[in-house]
Design a protein around this ligand. Structure first.
Ligand SMILES: *Cc1c(COP(=O)(O)O)cnc(C)c1O
Length: 414
């Protein structure tokens, strides 16, 4: 038997013993390395001093993770008032926050104005009017960017493709100039920049570079009519490694064609990476509960389910699944790795060749992004614990929920 798999200096079986399973485990060193790869690439292209890297909170909103990035000087891309509250609770700087999203409520606009955020990424004509009204009532002027939709196909999964004409996101490219004119005429708005985000899990930077090119043409056309933008926000979307045989692009390679187009400009730059800062830094630890051989399929029922990690059920996404202790010479069987939830769509992996016994521990890899962030209590399952390792040290960063907490907000009829 080989020794158990480790994350940094900590053996994962000891984490399972201490905190139970299912359990998300993150590496602080990997989070830091992902952020520094971004920063070093900006440095290498000579744009770091005018760049702001805003971590997209929705990828993983745990306070400890936000705090790791805040300490590294990151800004944050938020999509709700709840995320703004998290950023502030985690020590983030409101002045480095950009607020994205198609349906910001008036209460959220007010909250963000009062906090003094860097910019609102506005996604419709109505939002311009609403923001103007809310800012006026507070006696403030709201910093705005328009999120434009450059209509380029990012060639990723349709659910995570956001920059096509058919998407609900952003304003149509053709409408952008008239909307900037409208914004310029509203007394309580200050035009700051332009924003685009075309999709997620992009492995090829060409579509993002093409989007930037279109955005730059628009920026120049606006300048020609006197609307001068201070910053260009190129969004997030860089892909990560989900399968060991399909490694993700390095930040240096992915960002190069985008930054080459921006290096000669003078605008400030904003980036909104989410997945690429956290995805490969986390895994989901789970234990095999039941092995269930069948006529057509063999099932390994594990204690993590679609409520813990929804990506396989939602996008048919692949995550590598590996044993914590490698049974080196044992005979492998092909398993469906499934959870206990009452849905046929509740699976974590199809057709995985593994040598398994009941009680074995498995790691579902690349689970740091859109894992715990999308977890639910479906089937009245308490959400998993979250742990961060740092060298030989383990920190519990979110304790496991209790069943009592799950219905504490509910009431019986009188
Ligand atoms: C989700 C999102 C991001 C982050 O996308 P990743 O693919 O996780 O990098 C950035 N900007 C906006 C507007 C988003 O909605």
């Amino acid at each position: 038997m080989s020794s158990p798999m480790k994350l940094e200096g900590v053996a994962l079986d000891t984490i399972a013993e201490r905190f139970g399973t299912p359990c998300y485990v993150y590496s602080r060193a990997a989070l830091t390395a992902a952020f520094l790869a971004y920063r070093d690439t900006l440095q290498a292209h000579g744009v770091l001093a005018r760049s702001l890297v805003c971590y997209a909170v929705k990828a993983n909103p745990n306070l400890a993770i936000l705090n790791v990035f805040a300490r590294l000087g990151a800004g944050f891309d938020i999509v709700s008032g709840g995320e703004l509250a998290r950023v502030l609770a985690a020590g983030g700087d409101a002045a480095k926050v950009v607020f994205s999203g198609v349906g910001k409520s008036r209460a959220e606009l007010r909250q963000a104005l009062e906090a003094g955020i860097h910019c609102f990424n506005v996604e419709s004509a109505s939002e311009l009017d609403q923001l103007n009204a809310v800012a006026g009532a507070l006696g403030r002027r709201a910093p705005v960017s328009l999120r434009v939709n450059p209509d380029v196909d990012p060639k990723t999964h349709p659910y995570i493709s956001t920059g096509l004409k058919s998407a609900k996101f952003g304003v149509a490219f053709e409408d952008a100039r008239s909307l900037y004119r409208k914004a310029a005429g509203l007394p309580n708005l200050v035009i700051k920049g332009i924003d685009c985000h075309i999709g997620s899990q992009l492995r090829d930077p060409a579509p993002a570079a093409e989007a930037v090119e279109k955005v730059l043409e628009l920026v120049d056309a606006l300048a020609a009519e006197g609307i001068v933008l201070e910053h260009i926000d190129v969004g997030g979307g860089m892909g990560i490694t989900y399968r060991s045989d399909e490694p993700a692009p390095h930040a240096a390679d992915y960002l190069a064609p985008i930054l080459e187009r921006l290096a000669a400009r003078s605008e400030k730059l904003v980036f909104e990476p989410g997945r690429s800062l956290v995805g490969n830094a986390g895994l989901l630890l789970t234990r095999v509960e039941v092995l269930k051989p069948g006529a057509e399929k063999n099932f390994a029922v594990v204690d993590a389910a679609m409520n813990d990690l929804m990506r396989p059920a939602l996008y048919d996404a692949w995550h590598d699944i590996v044993p914590i202790v490698d049974a080196q010479h044992a005979v492998k069987t092909t398993y469906e790795i499934v959870g206990p939830v009452c849905e046929s769509g509740d699976f974590l992996g199809h057709d995985r060749a593994l040598a398994l016994k009941e009680g074995d521990l498995l790691a579902v890899l690349s689970a740091g992004a859109y894992g715990m962030a999308m977890a639910s209590n479906y089937n009245t399952r308490p959400r998993a614990a979250e742990v961060m390792v740092e060298g030989d040290t383990t920190h519990l960063i979110r304790r496991r929920e209790t069943v009592a907490e799950l219905f504490a907000a509910e009431s019986l009829l009188p």
